[in-house]
Design a protein. Structure first.
Length: 84
């Protein structure tokens, strides 16, 4: 029963997050679990959480702006606009 309450709480908390925040949280949690299991230490779990959080953040950012491309104008400045 406690596990069910914990899972429901996590799902409710993540449902109001943006794609970037959700990706960071899921990546950090997954990285901590994998790092802890592989290294069998708290230090490995911490390193896994940081690495997973960074990767999850990057993946979340890529999903947040779907349909937009990065272009350059005549002066070399970068800008975002809908993909053609």
């Amino acid at each position: 029963m406690r596990k069910l309450v914990a899972v429901v709480g996590i799902v409710v908390a993540l449902s109001s997050c943006t794609a970037t925040e959700r990706g960071t949280a899921i990546g950090a949690g997954s990285g901590a679990i994998i790092g802890g299991v592989v290294s069998n230490s708290w230090g490995g779990a911490a390193i896994g959480a940081v690495a997973g959080g960074i990767v999850g953040n990057l993946i979340g950012r890529s999903h947040e702006r779907q349909g937009y491309c990065i272009y350059r104008d005549r002066n070399g400045r970068r800008f975002e606009a809908r993909c053609r």
